[in-house]
Write a protein that binds this ligand. Structure first.
Ligand code: DAH
Length: 337
């Protein structure tokens, strides 16, 4: 019996010393416990009086071995931790991988700025559909079929009465039809015309404005445009109204801003005039108010419409509209804050 215990001690001590991982140590312990159980089962073959002494020996042996396991476990755990730290070590001084972040497109930047400027004056945003009926895009805006003003805009028709809107003005009608004055809306969006050169693109963006209430006059329009010019360009930018014609406004005006490049002295950008044309506007034609169910003897209003690309081109000195649609990263990068 004693020999058996001695053998088990030698064998287990060797196993403990050789265990390099928690797993190996655990397996050695399982094996030891099984062997010990076997040794203890031999106790029944001993004489009765020998048993207590032998039991004591076995108990002591068991305790000694258990503390040997415990001690080894501390060492192995420490070793494993060190190994883990070593393998997971990182060099915090190493330069990181650069993440290239994107930026808003200049059209979006200008659109957001415009919304910001007009929201400050109490305008709410309304977005109409890009596919419109002939009625909303033209007829309700006092431009019935065969009206010569239809030639001002080369239209993409999808069906006889369905088209890609040529102007965000179409939204004016939808707004007036669905709500009562006072109305103060801003309507940004894509518009489409069969037009293509350095300053025109078949798809471009417009920003429409509409104000309808009692007692609105051309002075209100002028004051609001002055504020827009100062905020969007420089605090010294001036506004000039010239008579013009649009079927949906009466009177109609073309709005010029003093040239931001030369300050009004005359340069290449303003073709020597000191002024740059930026938008169309006017007092809403009473016929349009009538078409939308608004009483023109009670209410008056003004409207304006501008090309967002045109504003962006003026603001950033871009001379070909195509560069705004090509999405060449070298061009777009220049607009990153
Ligand atoms: N819709 C016109 C265009 O596309 C621009 C315009 C002119 C809009 C006068 C208006 C306006 O609201 O009053 O050329």
């Amino acid at each position: 019996m004693k020999q058996k215990i001695e053998n088990l001690r030698l064998e287990t001590e060797a196993a403990i010393a050789g265990a390099e991982s928690g797993r190996a140590l655990y397996e050695a312990k399982m094996k030891f416990q099984a062997s010990l159980k076997e040794v203890m089962s031999g106790m029944k073959d001993l004489a009765k009086e020998e048993r207590p002494a032998f039991g004591k020996i076995v108990n002591e042996f068991k305790q000694t071995m258990e503390s040997a396991f415990e001690e080894r476990a501390i060492v192995v755990r420490q070793k494993e931790m060190e190994e883990k730290y070593r393998s997971e070590q990182i060099d915090v001084t190493m330069p990181g991988k650069r993440v290239v972040s994107g930026a808003l497109h200049p059209i979006t930047v200008v659109k957001n700025e415009l919304i910001d400027v007009f929201a400050g004056m109490g305008f709410k945003v309304f977005e109409g559909p890009e596919i419109e009926t002939d009625y909303y895009n033209f007829t309700a805006l006092n431009t019935p079929k065969d009206h010569p003003a239809r030639d001002m805009q080369d239209t993409f028709y999808l069906a006889e009465n369905l088209l890609l809107r040529t102007q965000t003005s179409a939204g004016q009608v939808r707004v007036m039809e669905s709500g009562k004055p006072p109305i103060k809306i801003l309507s940004p969006g894509r518009v489409f015309r069969s037009d293509d050169d350095a300053t025109h693109s078949p798809m471009f963006h417009q920003m429409e404005g509409l104000v309808v209430d009692k007692g609105i006059t051309l002075c209100d329009l002028q004051g609001m445009l002055a504020e827009f010019a100062r905020k969007m360009f420089t605090s010294s930018t001036k506004v000039r109204l010239r008579p013009s014609y649009f079927p949906f406004t009466e009177p109609s005006v073309e709005v010029d801003l003093s040239c931001s490049e030369c300050g009004g002295k005359g340069c290449r950008l303003c073709k020597g005039t000191g002024w740059i044309e930026v938008l169309g506007a006017g007092m809403v034609n009473r016929r349009v108010l009538e078409n939308c169910g608004v009483d023109p003897d009670v209410y008056t209003g003004f409207a304006f419409g501008m090309g967002i690309e045109r504003i962006a081109m003026l603001k950033y000195g871009v001379n070909n509209i195509k560069t705004l649609f090509e999405n060449d990263v070298r061009f777009l990068k220049q607009f990153k804050d």
